[in-house]
Design a protein around this ligand. Structure first.
Ligand code: IPD
Ligand code: CA
Ligand code: CA
Length: 256
């Protein structure tokens, strides 16, 4: 299955790459920070058509067009363009993220970093890879020497969720923090050992599904802020190399 998921992620990536820097229509979703472009929609439509042809009957949860729940054991969870704000502003950092869930367990996750042409793949129990090369999380166990990453929810002005308090605490307790603008790529870089930890609130299943599997298959740990195992429908996410997990939980709990 992972071969087919890669194929369609690459095809969607080509649509996005061809649209990058050109004229495309942009609409607002919930507010002026939350955008969707015609390229997001084209990418999603292409992925959905592929699934319907190759895996007829499989259920689909897709960011822009919603749910098509068929009762199948398999559900595809799709972010057709993760990093829309970057894309819309001409910043070449965005991805296609596709996870496949079988009976409530993610069995396959693929994230395609479009402009770097990096294909991240994972299958349950078989490891995590970037362009075929196996990934491992970092070995660092000292938060003071950690490079962390996070993101901010689009509704931060209305629902701050103590997001800035958490950010401030981590700035003071880590080596540095980055904010890339594509949650899926944040997970890839935890899996690859670039980032030691990634936290965020109010993500959606299409932001989480593939990335969670990738981090776990690379030897990392993914929980909520109470250290409980989570599904892609969780509203809090902490994904780390495992070694800085406890210290990050402490800081998250002290600032909740
Ligand atoms: C967003 C990105 C971003 C995260 C936001 C997401 P989108 O997804 O993943 O990094 O901070 O919370 O909504 O809207 O570009 O698909
Ligand atoms: Ca997203
Ligand atoms: Ca998206």
């Amino acid at each position: 299955m992972v071969e087919k998921v890669q194929l369609i992620a690459r095809r969607a990536g080509e649509i996005i790459r061809n649209g990058f820097g050109k004229n495309f229509s942009i609409e607002f979703k919930t507010n002026a920070s939350n955008l969707v472009t015609e390229i997001d929609k084209k990418s999603e439509e292409t992925i959905k058509q592929f699934i319907k042809k190759e895996f007829p009957g499989h259920a689909i949860i897709a960011e822009e067009s919603g749910e098509d729940l068929t009762g199948s054991d398999y559900t595809w969870i799709i972010d057709p363009l993760d990093g829309t704000t970057n894309f819309a502003h001409g910043l070449p950092l965005f991805s296609v993220s596709i996870g496949v869930v079988k009976n409530n367990e993610t069995v396959c996750g693929v994230i395609y970093d479009v402009m770097q042409d990096n294909m991240y793949t994972s299958e349950k129990g078989s490891g995590a890879f970037c362009n075929g090369k196996e990934l491992r999380v970092s070995e660092n166990d000292n938060l003071a020497e950690s490079l962390l990453v996070t993101g901010f929810p689009y509704d931060i002005a209305d629902n701050p969720h103590k997001t800035l308090e958490k950010f401030n605490a981590f700035v003071l307790n880590s080596r540095a923090i980055r904010r890339l603008g594509s949650a899926a790529i944040d997970f890839c870089y935890v899996a690859a050992g670039v980032f030691d930890g990634f936290w965020e609130v109010h993500l959606h299943p299409w932001d989480l599904c593939a990335g969670m599997l990738l981090v776990e298959e690379a030897g990392g740990v993914v929980t909520n802020f109470q250290n409980e195992r989570i599904t892609p429908f969780a509203k809090q996410i902490l994904a780390t190399n495992g070694k800085v997990h406890e210290r990050m939980l402490e800081i998250l709990q002290q600032n909740s």
